[in-house]
Each structure stands twice: as C-alpha cells, then as structure tokens.
Design a protein around this ligand. Structure first.
Ligand SMILES: [Zn+2]
Length: 466
C-alpha cells in the first residue's frame, strides 16, 4: 500500500516543462494539489510510481458554453440558401429556450468527463443561461451557475466561472429579442450574482470572473459599470469577451461607432493581461499589434470557428506582435485539446501555404511549441495557477500511452507530435491528473458510463417534439 507521500509523486522518464523537454523528472505535490518540487535528472526515483509514457501539462480549455454540447453535430444540414453563424444561432436559441437546470448539470457533467478524457484539465465556462424558460430569475438567482459548479466538482475538472452580461441584441442598444430572454441581466443584478457566487467558487477552488458577452450585447455604460463593480469584488478577476468573430459584426460596429470592434474595445476599456479576447478573428494589422501589446490572451476556438465558417485568425501576425493565446472548445463540435492544436496549425498551413508554422525559435517541433504556449496562455486566461509543470502550479497533467500504436518506439517529442497530428482520432492519452488526483486512468474517467447515459437521456428529451 503506497503511503500518502508516495501517492503524491510521479516519476517521468520524459516530461514537458515550461522550458521544454526534460529527462528523468520527479514530480511531487502537496496535499492541496500544488506542485511542491519538479526535479529533472534524478538518478533514483525511490518509491515514486513511474508514468507509462511522457508527461505533459494539462491544457486549459479557455472557452466553453456547456449546454451547447447537447446539439453539437445536429446543425450539419442546409437550412437556408446560405447558412452561416446566424442560422446556427437560431437553433442554439431553440435549445436554450427549454433546457432545465437538471439538464444543464447532466450535459455539463458529461462534457467535463469528455474534456478530461481528451486532455483538458480545466475549463473557463462562459455562462449566459441565467433565467427560467420564461426569462424570470430562479428563486435562487444562481441556480444555473451552481449547476455548473456541481458538474465541475463531480467530474473533477478545474473551473473558471464567467457569468455573462447580456443586455442588448445589437450595437446601439437594440432591445433584446425573445430568444435571448434567459440571458438578459441588468448590471446590478450581475454584480449581485457575482457576490452570491463568490463563496461557492472559493470553496471549490474555482475562479470567478466576468464575461461581457460582446460589444453587440453590452452597451458602453453597461461595460464600464460592470467592470467597475467587478474591480470592487476582485481587481484581478478574469474578463472574457467575444470579439470580432464575424465580418457582419465588424461591419455593424463600424456603422455604429466608426471603429472596428477590437479597436473600439482597446480605446474604451482597460484591456490588459486579465482579458481574454475570444475569437478576435477579424482584426486589421494595427489591431493585431495593439491587442497583442495589451497583454490580453487571444482565445482561439479553432474547430468551432471552422464549423461556423468564421474565418482564419492570423497567427503569424499575432505571434510577431508577441501575442499570447490559448484554445477553447466553445460549441463542442470537437472536444479534444490535441485536435484544436492540429486545426490551428492546419488553418495556418492552408492560408499561408507553408508547413510547421507553429514551431518557434526555442522549439522546432510544432506540437511541443504549441502545447507550451497554449498552456501558458490558457492559464493566464483562466486566472488560475495552471501554467504547466513548475513549482507553485497545480499538479494538472496528462500521461501519454507509450504503448499506443501511434506512439510505440518513438522519442518523447515524436510521441507528442504523433499524438497531435497522427493518432487518427483515437486517444493516445493514458491518464489525466487534476490537482494531483487521477481523474482518468486507462483512458477512461470513472464516471464515463454513468455520465454518458444521463447525457443521452437529456439530449433525447430536448430533441423530443413539444
Ligand atoms: Zn463563445
């Protein structure tokens, strides 16, 4: 029987540290799940268990709308002569209109199990479903937020909860539509919600932040007052916003203000390293430079952006300006950290007609370079100490299965490359640890079967005709 101390250690023949690959690394963490020592080059592993493959930092998922998992894959048919983000949104509103708190919890629990099995060890939940089906606040205004907190706790994933401020249906204060009735909040009611959620988040080790939905949905005074209120609660809390996802949104912002969305935001809000600019797909050269210089993280949701036909982020321009970035599964058409990295690289290859775009001066292997950057940017966006295998960070990591046919016999950097680019949609992950606890072993989460079955039941209920 291992004693408590040996169960808080792992020996890795290869581990990916923030600086790159290291050999013979002993990882040790304390009973709160924080890494207390990361020692490369040790001679003897003592009684520490040995990882069966290379150990990688867990990738933070910096953008999720949990309930959207229930209709992922169900919008892949032609509904209009020219389908777009906006026709997808109509179906999303139909689902959002009838979902119950119990259903949200079941969907989120399964989604978080899937995330853990796919190499994400934490999630930023951009949560905009607040009220009941009639648009009235629940008896406990935090009902749906608490459902997400419970789901994250049960699955064992790290959480940054970002309640969404949603007030208008378009630039210039356009009144919200009927389909948006469950999202709408005054600034005061949002600040009361944050106060209500604060102790529950602290108790669970979750971070609480704020997500002004977009410049379409939050007028300037709402944005200003909400940010001031957030500062009074926690001046370092993360702030996430959807921005410049669609060219239609850029055109509407220009018509309203004479400025593009990112330029407007940079001129009218205190954008800094607390901020995550989700998508930011459509920026001009000056916006790339200024947004990167602000210290904000670009929240890239590659498979969702591809699925919705958004466009391609200019990764070279962003990195040339020193920009930070991370990845999110957003609408959950794909829930797989490695596939987001592959899609990022492939989008750039297709648009620049070059290869190995994601490599950098320090790391020639694309998968290694992208993993290190996605972890650092994701941690910054999450506002949690989850920046990789280093002392003081959470012991959030994954172990590759070196017996997987795609990985067998390869070096550690080659195994990671194969995991990202050539595991053919099979899982090359063996185990996943969050705060030092194994949540996935043998590629399976302990709740896999039970959570999947509850999810399938809920999806059937939601698809049933009224
Ligand atoms: Zn989103």
């Amino acid at each position: 029987m291992p004693d408590a101390a040996s169960s808080r250690r792992l020996f890795a023949a290869d581990a990916l540290l923030p600086t790159g690959w290291a050999r013979d690394v002993l990882l040790e963490w304390d009973d709160t799940g924080k890494l207390s020592a990361v020692t490369p080059g040790i001679d003897a592993k003592g009684d520490a268990p040995r990882a069966i493959g290379p150990v990688l930092p867990g990738i933070p998922n910096l953008h999720s709308h949990a309930f959207q998992r229930a209709f992922a894959g169900l919008t892949e048919f032609r509904g209009e002569a020219q389908d777009s983000f906006w026709s997808w949104r109509t179906l999303m509103y139909r689902f959002a209109a009838k979902i119950s708190p119990e259903q949200v919890e079941a969907i989120a629990t399964w989604l978080y199990v899937e995330m853990l099995e796919a190499g994400y060890t934490s999630v930023c939940e951009f949560h905009y479903l607040h009220h009941d089906a009639d648009g009235k606040p629940y008896a406990d205004d935090a009902e749906l937020s608490l459902a997400l907190l419970r789901a994250a706790k049960r699955a064992g994933i790290g959480l940054t909860l970002l309640p969404v401020l949603y007030q208008t249906s378009g630039f210039g204060g356009r009144a919200p539509s009927e389909g948006q009735r469950r999202f709408i909040r005054s600034t005061d009611s949002m600040l009361r919600l944050l106060e209500r959620l604060r102790p529950a988040c602290e108790e669970q080790g979750a971070r609480l932040g704020l997500a002004p939905h977009s410049l379409r949905a939050v007028p300037p005074e709402g944005l200003r007052d909400a940010l001031a209120g957030l500062d009074a609660i926690d001046p370092s809390a993360p702030v996430h916003i959807h921005i410049a996802e669609q060219t239609g949104e850029v055109d509407a912002c220009l018509a309203w203000s004479g400025q593009r969305p990112v330029a407007w935001l940079l001129d009218h809000a205190p954008v800094d390293a607390r901020w995550c600019l989700v998508h930011a797909t459509h920026m001009d050269a000056d916006e790339y430079r200024r947004a990167a210089a602000s210290g904000a993280v670009a929240g890239l949701c590659l498979t969702t952006e591809a699925n919705l036909g958004d466009g391609i982020f200019d990764f070279n321009a962003w990195r040339a300006a020193g920009g930070r970035w991370g990845v999110g599964s957003d609408s959950h058409a794909c829930v797989n950290a490695a596939e987001e990295l592959m899609m990022l690289e492939y989008g750039q290859r297709l648009s620049t007609r070059q290869r190995n775009v994601g490599a950098d001066a320090a790391h020639r292997e694309v998968a290694t370079a992208l993993t290190i950057s996605a972890v650092q940017g994701g941690a910054q966006a999450a506002g949690r100490p989850i920046g990789g295998l280093a002392v003081g960070q959470r012991a959030d990591f994954v172990v590759l299965d070196s017996s997987h046919v795609a990985l067998q016999g390869l070096s550690a950097p080659e195994m990671l490359s194969s995991h990202v680019f050539a595991s053919h949609r099979t899982s090359a992950l063996d185990s996943v640890y969050v705060a030092g606890q194994a949540r996935v072993s043998g590629a399976r989460h302990a709740l896999h079967r039970e959570a999947a079955s509850a999810f399938v039941d809920v999806r059937s209920q939601l698809l049933a005709k009224d």
